[in-house]
Design a protein around this ligand. Sequence first.
Ligand code: TXA
Ligand code: MG
Length: 345
Amino acid sequence: MKTVVLPVNPRYPQAKAIAAAARALQQGGLVAFPTETVYGLGASALDEDAIRRLYQAKERPASNPLIVHVADLEQLEGLVSELPESALLLARAFWPGPLTLVLQRHPALPDVIAPARATVALRLPAHPVARALIRASARPLVAPSANRFARPSATHAAHVLADLDGRIDLLLDGGPTRIGLESTVLDLYSEPPLLLRPGAITLEQLRAQLPDLQPGGALLDLDEDDALPESPGQHRRHYSPQAELLLFDGEAQAVLSAMRAAAREHLAAGGRVGLLDALEGFAGCEQVSPGADPRAMGRGLFAALRELDERGVDVILARLQVPEGLGAAINDRLLRAADGRIIRV
Ligand code: TXA
Ligand code: MG
């Protein structure tokens, strides 16, 4: 299959490009498009065959549930069987935006969206291209991140092509995505509500609306895994670069010394070392900094991991962030990429 790439203005998407993409979706096609978080790979949420092809294109195991994207609250009709007060409260506060709510699913929903689950995950994205596309296709869209199995999520059109060229019908190229980390996922079906995946809408922001929210489920993000984990903590590896990620945590000076020592050791053994940072004293290392402040870091994290992989490094050295606000989401992605291992100094 040939993948058609259509450039699109991210603020004022051209009607012609949106119409072509909407037509492809209505005909059962797969369309990648930008959202404010990462690129999504869209298919009609009402078309089981298209959803099966989507799982194949991503090489994603079919037991893994998908987020359904809507353009307005009216579209939730037929997707959820109940809309609790807490969902309305959060929708009013954070939609459109980078928040996904897990709610009780409607019995009419195709089972492939969330196999063997009583729930469905829902998101109303803020990106003008995403909203225009959902509107024009006149149906809710499932849209996992537009990356291939076990690859970092795509934050540039070039990442989508690197993973999915020839496997999808169309790509709307709206430039780099603004946030760069996937949406916050909040389970409102469980009692008390659980934060399943930290993101740009932070635990602190959510607690202001929902004081009993628990941060517990974060490590059970199942995106790229083939089965439900037998116990918490398993199947963590996820946003994986090909190189091994060494993650350091501790007092700033001690962390720097430990990172320099690790770099020296790997270089001496003939290894190629990458640094996910811009720091003095790492001669001979490939340095790619995703950005200095948390926002820039969130936006650039996945691109930097892909870039280091392309440069052929064997190990990547990185520091954990202060675990507040967006730092918690960045640490979550770093921890997954490092398979949960941290070097504490
Ligand atoms: O920002 C995002 O959320 C992006 C953009 C494209 O919207 N989408 C995205 O989708 O990250 P995906 O499929 O890559 O990640 C969705 C996550 C997975 O970890 C999945 O296990 C979880 O949400 N999820 C989906 N449905 C669920 C459900 N019913 N219950 C619990 N977790 C669910
Ligand atoms: Mg994903």
